[in-house]
Design a protein around this ligand. Structure first.
Ligand SMILES: Cc1cc2nc3c(=O)[nH]c(=O)nc-3n(C[C@H](O)[C@H](O)[C@H](O)COP(=O)(O)OP(=O)(O)OC[C@H]3O[C@@H](n4cnc5c(N)ncnc54)[C@H](O)[C@@H]3O)c2cc1C
Length: 431
């Protein structure tokens, strides 16, 4: 028989490392298995890391972690072919402790975080693929890896193996996701001089800015593009539902090229040099697509359990909180020497009491609603841009006459009623 641990965690992303860190800190003998050459080497993220959830694990982590820039400004761009309606918030309270969010590069950040788990006593093995769970009498008792003599055993196994989670599929927890439950995202890291970034984005010192871009950036498909500032690079990407790409017969790199060359965007990235090109799936099916998260001797955390809030671009924070809650349920189970589904179910209860469960439930119908009615992106954003253009053009027409013209151009009474109904439906799925 192979080596036995108290716990095995599969996957050293934010979910798995949070879990392994918390377990090791409590004195639990934990093995963290990562298929990449090092943690983060295969991981992709637009780049926003949420300070609060990370600080719940390592207070003041930002003093030593490889974070890029504290985000002081969040902008939103409603894009049409030759216009953009832009709004946002900039606050200098986010430029000092305790900060709000940071941009990060996952290849650096995940590696640093996993090293912290190792410092607490976790055993990390890289370049090792967990092939399947070892199951005996319907209980998970270990993991088969691709190493020679690679079976390892534990009282409990945590599946933190990301959106594809082959292991959760093997257990029957996780089915193959439909194209309307996952987004396909591509992004580039573009090297650019620090001073140029700060001038272009109106930033002082190490301040950071994020821009979320809707509408024409995705050619009307449900999704977003983004442009984030790192210390000496920019992250630019676009992510859309896989079903939309199939329907519109588009390839994600075509969308990214379109965004990079868009007249409202291209000046931001001018003169930059491509450092990396990355592609990844994002689980965006939400609450309705979540698999079973607990079984005998096994827990599922993070993307492996579809924990992404697509409306607010949150995933890493949900991954971390779920990892910590799984660890706490394991510590409790260890005290009782009982790793049955019934005892480990404490994790599921705490998860759905936390912001993770609350937010996934709040937006449970949102993605599917916007997917079903693409005119929010295709029609209403150009309509808003046109109205803004008319109102802001000073041509001697009285403002009331402009308002009346915009109102007439919206269409017939029937069309106005349809818009009012759509807005009400949107409010209902977001409230
Ligand atoms: C393009 C993009 C942009 C995003 N932007 C943001 C953002 O700005 N902010 C945000 O909070 N979230 C964002 N997200 C979501 C966020 O990245 C995820 O929610 C988060 O990474 C989930 O963490 P995780 O640990 O569950 O999974 P992952 O980060 O995917 O980690 C899974 C780990 O498991 C390893 N692994 C997989 N299978 C095996 C196996 N069989 N054996 C061993 N190891 C295995 C992988 O190598 C990986 O290290 C974005 C996602 C994408 C794709």
């Amino acid at each position: 028989m192979g080596e036995k641990f108290d716990a095995i965690v599969v996957g050293a992303g934010p979910a798995g490392t949070s879990c392994a860190y918390t377990l090791a800190k409590a004195g639990v003998n934990v093995l963290l298995i990562e298929r990449g050459e090092y943690p983060g080497s295969k991981n992709v993220m637009g780049g926003v890391l949420y300070r609060k959830m990370m600080e719940d694990i390592i207070p003041e982590f930002y003093k030593e972690a490889p974070v890029e820039r504290p985000i002081v400004e969040q902008r939103f761009m409603m894009l049409d072919k030759e216009s953009a309606l832009t709004f946002g918030y900039k606050g200098l309270e986010w430029d000092k402790e305790p900060y709000n969010n940071f941009t990060v590069l996952r290849a650096k950040f995940d590696q640093w975080f996993a090293d912290k788990a190792v410092e607490q006593g976790a055993l990390l093995i890289n370049e090792t693929v967990a092939l399947e769970c070892i199951v005996e009498n319907n209980k998970v008792i270990g993991v088969r890896t691709d190493r020679p003599d690679g079976d390892v055993y534990a009282d409990v196994v945590v599946l933190a193996d990301g959106v594809n989670s082959l292991l959760a599929k093997q257990l029957g927890f996780h089915r193959e996701f439909r194209p309307d439950e996952v987004a396909l995202a591509v992004m580039e890291v573009l090297k650019l001089d620090k001073r140029v970034i700060e001038d272009r984005f109106n930033l002082e010192g190490n301040q950071g800015c994020t821009i979320e871009i809707f509408g024409d950036a995705t050619k009307g498909i449900l999704g977003t593009a983004w442009l984030y500032t790192n210390k000496e690079s920019l992250n630019i990407g676009v992510g859309t539902m896989l079903s939309g790409l199939i329907k519109h017969k588009l390839k994600p790199h075509q969308l990214l090229d379109y965004v990079k060359n868009h007249p409202m965007i291209r000046r931001y990235i001018q003169g930059s040099e491509q450092q990396e090109y990355l592609a990844h799936l994002i689980p965006e099916g939400g609450y309705h697509s979540m698999p079973k998260v607990v079984g005998d001797g096994v827990l599922v955390v993070g993307d492996a359990a579809q924990m992404v809030n697509a409306i607010h671009r949150e995933g890493s924070n949900m991954a971390m909180t779920s990892g910590v809650l799984a660890a706490e349920a394991i510590i409790r189970a260890k005290e009782r020497d009982d790793f049955s589904e019934k005892t480990l179910d404490h994790y599921r209860v705490k998860l759905f009491e936390s912001f993770v469960g609350e937010d996934l439930k709040k937006y449970k119908d949102a993605t599917h609603h916007f997917e079903k009615f693409p005119h929010y992106f295709e029609k209403y954003i150009p309509m808003m841009n046109k109205a803004a253009s008319q109102m802001f053009t000073v041509d001697g027409t009285p403002k009331r006459a402009k308002q009346q013209k915009i109102w007439r151009e919206i269409g017939t009474a029937g069309q106005k009623f349809k818009i009012a109904r759509d807005l009400y439906q949107a409010w209902k799925v977001m409230k």
